[in-house]
Structure formats: C-alpha cells, structure tokens
Design a protein around this ligand. Sequence first.
Ligand code: NIG
Ligand code: FE
Length: 429
Amino acid sequence: MSNPDGGQRALLVRDLAQLATPAGSEAPLRGAALANVEVVRDAYVLCENGRITAFGPMRKLRPGLGEAQGEVEELDGRGLCAVPGLVDCHTHACFAGDRVDEFELRATGASYEALHAAGGGILATVRATRSAGERGLAEAVRRHRGWMRRAGTTTFEAKSGYGLDQETELASLRAIREAGGIATWLGAHAVPPEFSSAAAYLEFALADVLPQAARLAVAADVFLEEGAFDVDEARRYLEACRAAGLALRLHGDQFTEQGAIPLAVELGARSVDHLEATSDAGVGMLAASAVVGVLLPVSALFLGRPMPPARALVDAGAAIALATDFNPGSSFCESLGVVSSLAVTQLHLSPAEALAACTVNAAHVVGLAARVGRIAPGYTADLVLLDAPDWRYLSYHLGADLVAAVVEAGEITWQRAAGRSEPKRPALG
Ligand code: NIG
Ligand code: FE
C-alpha cells in the first residue's frame, strides 16, 4: 500500500505493555509447538507498506530502523498488548434474518435436530436468505464483517449454504468476496424443499452450481450428519469439488460419528470441523493425519452439546484450530475472544495454545499461513491491540470489550473512542 503522493506508508505501534505472537515459522503447529508463544515486554511493531518490517523491545528501536523514508504515523500502545490479527476460519456470515424465535423455543425444550427435521433450522434461514436479494446479502456480510472486526478478527472465512439454489449460492459467494472474506462453497448444507432426495439435489448442485462456484470459492464444505448428507453423498460431492480445484472441508462428528474423519483423511481434506461426537479412535486417526481439526466451542455451548476432545487431540499430536462458527442457529457469536475463553475453561487448552489455534493454525486452514497469523517481518501488518496488561486477558477476561484498536495491512481500521474504557470516577463527597 502506498500513499497517493507515491511515498511509503509507515505505522509505528510503540510502548506496548506486551506483544505476543506464535513463535517460529511453521504451520500448522502441533504438539508442544502449539504452546510456543513469543512474548516481548515494552514492545514496538513497525509496519511499512502494509507489512510488518520489525518488532522488538523499545530499547532496540532506533531512528531509521526499517525502510520508511517518509512520515511515520505513531500509535500509542501504553497499557495495551498486541497480538496478531485474529483469523476466523469457520463462519456462516452470509445469511439474512435471524432465528431468535427458535433460540427461545430451544431454551424450553425443542431440540436443534427436531427444529431442522420440521423444516425450521437451516431451512428457515434458507428462506430468509433467498428473499434478501444480492444487495441485501452484500449488506448483511458487510455488517457481520464489521462486528468481527470490532472483536479483533482481521481475516475471515465465510460459507455459502443458505441459498441452495444457483442464484443465491453464487450471490452469497460474491457477497463474501466483496466484504473481503475467503469464500467456501457449502453447497451441501441441507437438501432444499424443492428436491425429493439428497441424490437429486447433488445432481443439480454439481452440474449447475459447481462450475461457477469453483471460480468464486477457494474451498468446498459439506454437512455430513444424520438428516443432512451421508458419507457416500459427501464423498461424491467432495470428489467433484476437488476435481474442480477446490480445497475440501467437512462439518463432521457434530451430533453423531458418520465417518467424517476417515473420509477427510481419504480425500486429503484441509479440515474437519466440529468433532463434538468424536471417539478415541477418531482422535487417533486425525492425529496421524495432515487434516486440521477445527473446534467450535461456542457452537457446543450454544446448543448444549458436549465439548470436542480438544486436549486429547492436542496431546495425541493433532493439528487443531479454533473458530466461531458464527451463524444465526447454532452460534450467534462473532467473538474469537469468547472462543478463546471457552478454549481455556472448557477445552483445557492453555492461553498460548488458544492463541496459536485462532491465528497461525486458522490461517493454515484458509491457505494463508505464509502471510497472516503471526507478528513477524514479512507478514501482513494485521494486529489487534488489547486493552489489557497481559496478552492472556484475551482468554482470561471472559466476554470483555477488550479490543482497543485493530490494524489491517498497516492501517488503523478500528479504534475505540477515547475515554470509553475508564469512565471518570464520580466525585467523592
Ligand atoms: O456449523 N451444522 C451445520 N451448520 C451450521 C449451523 C447452521 C445453522 O444452524 O444455521 C453449524 O453449526
Ligand atoms: Fe459451521
């Protein structure tokens, strides 16, 4: 990125209480390396032309450091901690309407699966999304993207899957890209009502949607579950998507084990996501593979389901990532901070493991680990500044409004209004 006058653009974030980043340069991190976070106290980060060019302790900051020729904008980091811009590798951010009525019904006994079987659930959102129009969808993704940014997410993946017809699926993928998201074609999310079987729907989706979806999306995803698609249908869909050049992802083991992990390993998928119902055998098979297990603890919490076996996965050597699963039905939450808190309190990960799982490992899942997910020279200058004395507050301060500023490609894209964090003390007396 350069200035309109042709000069270079530089941002110096200085006097940070702490800077924390996954160490090294590998991706994905697994085993003991997942917990290897580099912490610098009293730190600075220098961003030039959209990239990080230097970081370290303030005492090593010298005038003329880096390549900046012209003016350097400064951002005061006193009392703040910098971590890499967070990467949300699993969202369903392209939807219209809401499911607040179902949310209330579920609280008093209706199950998610029963609502789905009765034509509600995902299909309720399909109806709202189909009638939103392309501009309505673009507006919805932009709004959701704004929520994510304020929660510290600088890179997000989003899936289609609430259109399930040619027009709305392609409009969804375009809306995601327009909002700066990484698009995944979730063409096999549910069987829409105009088709009498999963086989008939897949026939249509692969013939009439895949050819154009493959030009807009980077990956394909399938919901492999009772009441959605079975393992043979999932294999047929994913093999066709792979032949069209898409990376493969699966929603698997959410409610029941239906063979998602063996299929993901067989097909060389990028990830298998959810894993709330994964058995010990599944843990072992995933750990012995290159497939990343994407854990979605808010979804488990929101639906009152068991948490995925995160500790067992990490201890067995599996590569894991964390994500929000942001959607109107099973996880109406865009905050990776909340996800990190649940990762520590419910999944028994350390704050360091949680940080790596929603930065570098999530970046690997979306194919961007060489550019985002770390604070290191050469990486895109995406940073989150936390209003906290210690970077571990990201998971420690549950549900807090912690994000003081967001930097994307060296530009400040969001900053909390001055004075908001510390209200004036009322006068004594
Ligand atoms: O990841 N399980 C399938 N899909 C989404 C939920 C979609 C919805 O309920 O609208 C999930 O949880
Ligand atoms: Fe999902």
